[in-house]
Design a protein around this ligand. Sequence first.
Ligand code: 5RP
Length: 219
Amino acid sequence: MTQDDMKKAAAEAALDYIDFEMIVGVGTGSTANHFIDALARVKGKIDGAVASSVATAERLKKHNIPVLDLNDVGQLAIYVDGADEATKHLHLIKGGGGALTREKIVVGASEKFICIADYTKLVPVLGKFPLPVEVIPMARSFVGRQLVKLGGQPALRTGFTTDNGNLILDVSGLEILNPLELETLINQIPGVVTVGLFAHRPADVLILGSETGTQVYTA
Ligand code: 5RP
């Protein structure tokens, strides 16, 4: 079984949480893509989807799943997305695909966050995966210096602009023992749009695909 097969298994398992007349928030990345493909099979059941990126909106539209503007809908029942790292406390690092800001917005508007991943994403402590931080372009150097003061080594994601026209700094060298505190500290740096730590709003359910089936962790 490949890592991609395990991502697919987790994505398929998330279909159990989809109910009639739901508006579904949809994340970004290869695992979220598997979920979109699975969602297409039950599209008659749902009222539509809110996308966390341009790429996700395009994939949903290809499946003829109605893509709704977040401004035109109320609270979403559910948000389904992958992660780059996850702990058993359901704290996450996200943003490997650069969609962290819109992902955090759609999560914030959703009642339940179902995180789907393969088991290799489960870690005891967050931080081995470089932490993505979306920054306003003119603040890049300033924010970089502040991140160094917090113990990180920021690197500009080259040749990449977010859907919001901003840059990503990928911060390595962090051992994130207190994700709640670090999320607050980084979000307070002027010029930071969002940090890819999802601790203040963790997942509610974590579904991990593995060779022996799917494991489900809940808050
Ligand atoms: C995109 C994300 C993704 O959920 C994360 O990068 C995981 O990606 P994949 O499902 O391809 O492993 O946060 O911004």
